[in-house]
Design a protein around this ligand. Structure first.
Ligand code: SF4
Length: 286
């Protein structure tokens, strides 16, 4: 059985700022993998670039630290090659909704069984506090000293509008909610997106821990059921006086990797390639 200590990396500690919400997300992810009794060798954690994207270095699973905004295509490619792997893609709000927005939108409409966890701290932290796609209107940042003139992206509304199979939000400061949401998202059969509000203690002085604590409420504790797209869309527009967390929308749909005529037979990595001539292939392209 997997225990928390099996997921720790020896000799390396995260270099995040003390008090950063990334610590909570890393711990919750480890706890979720233990809760699901997943063997670390069956898990791949893929990330792009940013403070959050350093996470694969500090969890003892397979990992891949890629380029900016490209965690999703790498993760989806890995899942297509080996559908038995549990693939978790990590990114920040800048990485996923800025540099990687194109991949985000298209991943919402392909139902590949991958879990996307966005560490949404509403700022570019690694590069010292520039405005990100989810920075609130009017917030002063190092790149918008007079206040952000743009409206923030609403990633939950985008995902619900696309009828994404699993759409949830959680908070790095609520360990039980976050652990259970991540575990539920990983266990869900289909593309699962969790937007995680995360405090950046160094550069986001507006969306702080007390700011979230005052506003956040649990959808499921209020009896909300995530089975209606219209209701979910309406709920996704709520904020900022009250911020709902929990599962907004859930719907089981056919999986890409189970419908595709080649992929559905066996994982690509297990398929025989003896009859493929690499030389002929190379000659064709060279
Ligand atoms: Fe965390 Fe912000 Fe520090 Fe990055 S800059 S490690 S997001 S507190």
């Amino acid at each position: 059985m997997t225990e928390l200590r099996d997921l720790n990396t020896s000799g390396y500690s995260p270099d995040w700022c003390p008090g950063c919400g990334n610590f909570g997300i890393l711990t919750a992810l480890k706890r979720a993998l233990v809760q699901l009794k997943l063997n670390p060798k069956d898990v791949l954690v893929v990330a792009g670039i940013g403070c959050s994207s350093k996470l694969p270095q500090w969890i003892n699973t397979f990992g891949f630290h890629g380029v900016h905004g490209r965690g999703l295509p790498v993760g989806m490619g890995a899942k297509i090659a080996n559908k038995k792997l549990h693939v978790i893609v990590i990114g920040g709000d800048g990485d996923v909704f800025g540099e990687g927005m194109n991949h985000f939108i298209h991943s919402l409409r392909k139902n590949i069984n991958v879990t996307l966890l966005v560490h949404d701290n509403q700022i570019y932290g690694l590069t010292k506090g520039q405005t990100s796609p989810t920075t609130m209107h009017g917030d002063k940042t190092s790149s918008s000293p007079g206040g952000n003139m743009d409206d923030p992206i609403n990633p939950i509304a985008l995902a619900v509008a696309q009828r994404t199979s699993y759409v949830a939000r959680s908070f790095s400061g609520d360990m039980d909610h976050l652990t259970n949401t991540i575990a539920d998202a990983i266990a869900f059969k289909g593309f699962a997106f969790v937007d995680i509000f995360q405090v950046c203690v160094s550069f986001n002085k507006h969306n702080t821990f007390p700011w979230f604590k005052e506003r956040i409420y649990d959808l499921q504790k209020k009896g909300y059921k995530p089975d209606n797209q219209e209701k979910a869309f309406k709920k996704s527009l709520e904020g900022w006086d009250k911020i709902p967390i929990g599962v907004f929308y859930k719907e089981e749909k056919p999986l890409y990797e189970e419908e595709h005529p080649v992929l559905k037979r066996t994982p690509l990595v297990k398929q025989k390639i003896d009859n493929i001539s690499i030389k002929k292939l190379m000659d064709k392209f060279c």
